[in-house]
Design a protein around this ligand. Structure first.
Ligand SMILES: *Cc1c(COP(=O)(O)O)cnc(C)c1O
Length: 525
């Protein structure tokens, strides 16, 4: 039986009442074996506990400096089986990459191979502590150094900063390297150029580092307008930040010419490498003149993210920027030993110009282990195939839908690892949001919506190399069905999803007035 609902939440109109299917509303609010679940505050009691602890002995000296709590904390308590059921029921309402396709463009939601998990859980890796003496963590340092080697090798760069903990953190690291290099030559530049299609983290990073952000225009093909960029370059431009492949899912073919022009004007080239999975093993950013690029290990190299684990954003650096890279880092000496380079031994490793540090310790060890396992288990041929299959899958989606959905850059040739559509031709009053909500009813997590900003009602779909042809065909059939409904003006889409545990939520209200703390309803007092 459903627990009494004290929060005042009422089950919304059942799909049957909306004419979607024939089934009656259920008395419990449960749907088949999917169980409705109230908040833990609604079912638990401060007096209940699942554990039996001895009373606190307060006879000893006060070691809390008089700060001991005098009132009960008021957290709800449940018995052990009730607790387990509560969280298991909630977990069943999650969508996950282990359940199905996660088409979020730009996010690269690929399968997390279990081999990586197994390696990361080996006690020698899982149990290390960052404050252990270096002599006791030689194996862990070897892993960091080995991964660093392969990241440099795959990108054709000169050095790498392993410590940044996300893509955006890596961007900041790269831009701080650029600032340090400019300051070292006494060159105060104020502007960073960023294309309009850029991920929001790019302009945010540049602004956070104290630069003024100016937009670079795109051409009709969705790529950087080289001539407009050249015209803007000058002694005030510190760097350009370019995503390649870009956020429209297109390869920036002029990248080398862009880099040459920026370098000729005394600036640096930051490449947002979040989309490296589309070119890994095929193109080396170092050959394209890139000075700094972050690599999202949680995207390209499959480490779990989006609720499944922390990010990790190592930054590869050119020869010009490497001297400014942050501490700490690892280095192998001629005797084969991998050392940890910190402030105290930086001079011995001729690294005296570090701009500082990004984190307290060495980075995301668990993700380094997983990423290295992914790289080594794929090998050179396997990584190349990762890029090829990711691109093939995205083009299959693009060409299976471009007769039905607007493909704004479909005319300019194949896409890279993601397919981009717009909302042109949708029926009166229907939007990308309505299509995405309808896709939930079909059993799919929605794609990335309204990004990049340069396409109206954008839908960015990234299947990754993980998906089989059968899986893609099923997804395409679902997407065609909702696209057809959107184009025919099916007004029922405005109320989707019909079959989710909660119906359409008021997202504006949730964003503007988030209710983050549960309050005991008056009636219960
Ligand atoms: C994911 C992403 C980022 C940011 O990476 P995080 O690890 O989420 O901080 C930056 N740029 C692009 C293009 C991305 O897709």
């Amino acid at each position: 039986m459903k627990a009494p609902n004290k929060s005042g939440w009422k089950p919304e109109m059942n799909a049957a009442e909306d004419g979607m299917h024939e089934g009656p509303a259920t008395a419990t609010g449960n749907r088949a074996l999917m169980l409705e679940e109230p908040l833990i505050f609604e079912i638990g009691h401060a007096q209940t506990s699942g554990v039996d602890l001895p009373a606190i002995d307060r006879s000893g000296p006060d070691r809390l400096g008089g700060m001991a709590r005098t009132e009960p904390i008021g957290l709800p308590g449940l018995s052990e089986p009730e607790t387990i059921r509560h969280y298991t029921r909630l977990s069943r309402q999650n969508y996950a990459i282990d359940l199905g396709l996660f088409p979020l463009g730009s996010c690269t939601m690929k399968h997390n191979p279990r081999l990586n998990e197994k390696v990361a859980r080996m006690p020698g890796f899982a149990d290390v502590h960052p404050l252990q003496p270096v002599s006791t963590v030689r194996g862990a340092l070897e892993v960091i150094n080995e991964l660093a080697f392969w990241l440099i090798e795959l990108t054709g760069m000169h050095g790498v900063a392993m410590s940044p903990k996300a893509g955006a953190h890596g961007e900041l690291c790269g831009i701080l390297c650029i600032r340090a290099a400019l300051e070292a030559r006494g060159d105060a530049r104020e502007v960073i150029l960023v294309p309009e299609s850029a991920h929001g983290t790019n302009p945010a990073t540049a602004a956070f580092a104290g630069y003024r952000v100016e937009n670079i225009p795109a051409n009709a093909d969705g790529r950087v307008d080289l001539e407009a960029l050249k015209a803007r370059l000058g002694p005030d431009v510190a760097a350009v930040m370019i995503t390649n492949p870009n956020t429209c899912g297109l390869f920036e073919r002029d990248m080398k010419a862009i880099s040459d022009a920026v370098h000729a004007a005394g600036g640096f080239v930051y490449c947002d490498g979040a989309n490296f999975n589309a070119i890994v093993g095929k193109v080396r950013p170092g050959d394209l003149g890139v000075d700094a690029m972050h690599i999202n290990l949680h995207k390209t190299f499959s480490t779990p993210h989006g609720g499944g684990g922390p990010g990790s954003g190592p930054v590869v650096l050119s020869e010009a920027l490497s001297p400014y890279g942050p501490l700490p880092f690892t280095a192998r000496t001629a005797d084969g030993v991998v050392h940890l380079v910190e402030e105290e031994n930086a001079a011995a490793f001729e690294h005296t110009q570090a701009f500082g540090r990004m984190t307290a310790f060495h980075g995301q060890m668990g993700m380094f282990t997983r990423a290295l396992a992914y790289i080594l288990s794929h090998g050179a041929d396997g990584l190349k195939q990762v890029a090829e299959d990711a691109v093939l899958n995205a083009n299959y989606i693009l060409r299976s839908l471009d007769d039905l959905l607007e493909a704004p850059f479909g005319h300019s040739g194949p896409c890279m690892h993601e397919a981009l559509f717009g909302d042109k031709g949708f029926g009166e009053g229907l939007s990308t949001l309505d299509l995405a909500k309808s896709l939930i009813d079909e059993g799919y997590h929605p794609m990335t919506m309204y990004f990049p900003l340069v396409v109206h009602g954008a839908m960015l779909i990234e299947p990754t190399e993980t998906e089989s042809k059968a899986g893609l065909d099923q997804f395409i059939a679902a997407l065609r069905s909702v696209a057809e409904r959107a184009k025919s003006g099916d007004a029922r889409m405005k109320r989707a999803p019909y079959y989710a545990p909660r119906r359409r939520l008021d997202e504006t209200q949730a964003a503007r007035k988030p209710v983050l703390a549960w309050q005991e309803p008056d009636s219960a007092r």
